[in-house]
Design a protein around this ligand. Sequence first.
Ligand SMILES: CC(C)(COP(=O)(O)OP(=O)(O)OC[C@H]1O[C@@H](n2cnc3c(N)ncnc32)[C@H](O)[C@@H]1OP(=O)(O)O)[C@@H](O)C(=O)NCCC(=O)NCCS
Length: 437
Amino acid sequence: MIHQLTKLRDILRYVPRFRDRTFVIALDGIVVESENFRNILLDIALLRSLNIGVVLVHGAAHQILKLAEVMGKKPSNLDGTGITDADTLDLSLLAASRVSHELLEGLSTSDLKASVSNSIVAHPAGILQGIDQQHTGRVERIDTVLLNSLLKQDIVPVIPPIGCDGEGHSFRLNSDIVASEVARALQAVKLIYLTTQAGLVIQKAKKNDNKESFVRQISVDDAEQILKKQRDDITGPMVSKIEQAIKAIRGGVPRVHLIDGQVEEGLLAEVFSNEGIGTLIHANEYVAIRKAQKKDARAIHSLIRNSIANDELISRTRAEIEKQVDEFFVFEVDKNPTGCAALHFFPAEKKAELACLCVDPRHENQGVGTKLMQYGESLAKAAGMQELFCLSTQAINFFQQKGGFLPGSPDMLPLSRKEKYDKSGRNSLVLVKKLNS
Ligand SMILES: CC(C)(COP(=O)(O)OP(=O)(O)OC[C@H]1O[C@@H](n2cnc3c(N)ncnc32)[C@H](O)[C@@H]1OP(=O)(O)O)[C@@H](O)C(=O)NCCC(=O)NCCS
């Protein structure tokens, strides 16, 4: 029960930030057929109940393929990026209508009003590299007036991967692109791709060792670098989504999530928790280190709790943290502290202690600890200190290798600190670093 209440509190923390804002949720066609689809609809109902506007964009590749098999036809392209011949356009219209309708049906079961709209104005993709793309289109314009008026009336717009040109022609579009364009046009606070893969996975081919690394969060600049340098190492159908995520973020959407739509509660976990289950691509200013404030005491206390239990850090109560909060600084992700450290000054000796450095285990090994250490060092330098020291029992190598600290001795501690050190009986190693001004 207590666990559930904590979860609820975690969710409610995010609500003011998202209230009256818009999320664009893009579902691959296959996700609509998954067992988890019903749960996704419930999650959408929850978002709506919190006054978060939701626009649903869906794909139809999976359904086009199935329909083609039943009708004995061979589609010229499945995802709206290649040539769409007349037969494939027909298949696309049928399949997309079916998916749209399933979304309408599902939303009705949660008492949500929804509407399929002709809000995507499209033109023919034309002749690309000498080849006529026939009925494949490109997004020309998003009718934001129409979409906003639906959202204002608490109606969920449902957008199929089909566009119209105003002259009675329909075009097959790629749903990743549609979702990105809609998110940009509406200046959504989130674009969420629900797909069949956990997120961005990069194949790290070493000599005889094929390792995969899962990217939990990444800035838009780093995502661009990955596309440039490791495009071929990205596993699964993620390249197009990452390209569109980058476009959306460059167009003003702060966060794009790539998550597995088949995982129960995946959507809520991603939106309402710091760690999420998938990959978050964010605008560059998304992570930050800042001085702690009184309101951070609870988060700092829960950050360090495990490390205290493991004897990595000395014990501090929440009240003690509150009292010393001016000495703490925090590393924020999505405006939540995921790492912290404190700096105690000994002005008479021109020394400062870097203490209580701790990173949420879910965010370890992403450079957060090093950044906090460097930030502490720069604060100490700026305050005119000549030496930075820290005491460690279990992270000695970390401070030496990542921070350039050298082993020292307790005699090098400021007098008042040495007394405390002797009393504690922890026998921590003293590590020191000279600060060149
Ligand atoms: C130590 C700690 C702050 C590192 O944070 P982090 O964000 O994971 O660190 P970074 O991502 O910047 O650096 C990761 C590197 O440090 C190494 N590292 C992490 N913890 C380490 C430890 N206890 N001992 C030695 N090396 C360690 C990792 O192996 C990794 O090495 P690599 O880059 O060569 O692969 C974090 O593990 C932590 O909070 N530990 C528990 C509390 C603690 O011991 N605090 C320090 C005492 S004051």
